[in-house]
Design a protein around this ligand. Structure first.
Ligand code: ATP
Ligand code: MG
Length: 366
């Protein structure tokens, strides 16, 4: 009997600036890796961000959202640029990204921070501290103080102006992000650190209680708790102690940026946004880099590694994910570097060429 190959539909959202260049490289790598693992990919490219504004006048066309929702996973390049900076809020490219996340119902943001041995000198940390850092921040994305009610401006009895926001978490919101975090930790080194401020905030007390309850479903994962002020300090002092970190929206906003700066290689960092069901959204953490757009200078490896996350967390295709990660490491071992990660003695190449080197490594290794 002939085995029908697995088939997945991928929505490509190249977006603006360097987005189209890096997505094109990542798409070619994904196709090749698929062919080596008996997986077939169908691609549908749709406009988003500034590209969609220029084309149809809105940053997220209805058709883009509906195609994305019906696909198995979504790969986004980057959104934004000088050209649309003065637009009103609802006509800003970035609004398209917020609408896309809301439309997909993605509530979990996964951001790894890995110091690769080949790029340890790019790190802002001392070599001894940077070496071997490999952690993942799982941030709650749709709740907490950024969305809680009541919020607004008011005045006190004395006529003094006040601004106020509210941190709110319901058990279902905590449970679903905790579930993603435990599953993520299980796929990694099996260590989960939940970060909160449970000594001061009620929402954090509930957070800690629910995360602790869920630990009984994951006897193979070692759970610890840390206050956010300590976590911010420990990330600089000894980041190697962390494997997976789970935290709320605002703490995750801050800690994921802090963690990514430890690596010093913005062109190397992928991310994932996951929901309960439905496709995940995968994208490099860097922006549209308008200063180098269209010059074949962009580092596509953050997007290539986003495709590895797409395979692992979006499609449960662990082997194909490992193939991509190994090929990226092999390419770096062979000395190829784009400008952002270049150091003396290495071979300076452009976006397309480093993509071709990754594909050669895939063919060589698998
Ligand atoms: P955002 O668009 O999210 O606000 P930003 O404008 O602050 O982000 P980026 O667009 O990521 O930042 O660019 C910051 C700097 O990093 C720029 O100088 C850009 O050229 C560089 N950069 C970003 N991504 C890459 C990449 N993939 N390859 C090479 N250089 C990059
Ligand atoms: Mg930018």
């Amino acid at each position: 009997a002939t085995k029908t190959p697995k088939h997945y539909n991928i929505t490509l959202l190249p977006g603006d600036g360097i987005g189209p260049e890096v997505v094109s490289v990542a798409k070619n790598v994904l196709s090749l890796v698929g062919s080596r693992h008996g997986i077939e990919f169908g691609f549908q490219e749709m406009p988003v961000g500034g590209a969609a504004l220029d084309l149809v006048g809105v940053p997220l066309p209805d058709e883009t959202l509906s195609v994305a929702k019906q696909s198995d996973a979504i790969l986004l390049g980057a959104i934004g640029g000088y050209k649309w900076d003065k637009n009103e809020k609802h006509l800003k490219p970035e609004t398209g990204l917020l609408q896309l996340r809301a439309g997909l119902g993605v509530f979990a943001n996964l951001r790894p921070a890995t110091v690769l041995p080949q790029l340890v000198d790019s790190s802002t940390l001392k070599k001894e501290v940077a070496e071997g850092v490999d952690l993942m921040v799982v941030r709650e994305l749709t709740g907490g103080i950024y969305f809680g009610q009541p919020r607004g401006f008011s005045t006190t009895e004395k006529g003094e102006e006040i601004g106020f926001n509210t941190e709110v978490y319901a058990t279902y919101e905590i449970d679903r992000i905790a579930r993603v975090a435990f599953e993520t930790a299980r796929k990694r080194c099996g260590k989960l650190c939940s970060v909160d401020k449970a000594n001061v905030l009620e929402a954090s007390m509930l957070w800690r209680k629910r995360v602790t309850l869920m630990a009984s479903d994951y006897p193979d994962v070692e759970l610890t708790h840390m206050y956010v002020d300590n976590a911010a300090m420990q990330l600089i002092r000894d980041p190697k102690q962390f494997d997976t970190i789970v935290t709320n929206n605002i703490f995750g906003d801050i800690l994921s940026d802090e963690a990514s700066m430890l690596t010093g290689s913005i062109g190397m960092l992928p991310s994932a946004c996951l929901g309960e069901s439905g496709p995940g959204l995968f994208e490099p953490i860097h922006g549209s880099a308008p200063d180098i757009a269209g010059q074949d200078k962009a580092n596509p490896l953050a997007t290539v590694l986003s495709v590895a996350m797409l395979l692992r967390y979006g499609l449960q295709e662990e082997y194909a994910a490992i193939t991509i990660e190994s090929a990226v490491l092999d390419t770096l071992n062979n000395g190829f570097r784009t400008g952002d990660i270049f150091s003396s003695g290495k071979k300076l190449v452009g976006c397309k060429e480093i993509g071709e080197e990754v594909m050669k490594s895939v063919i060589k290794l698998f």
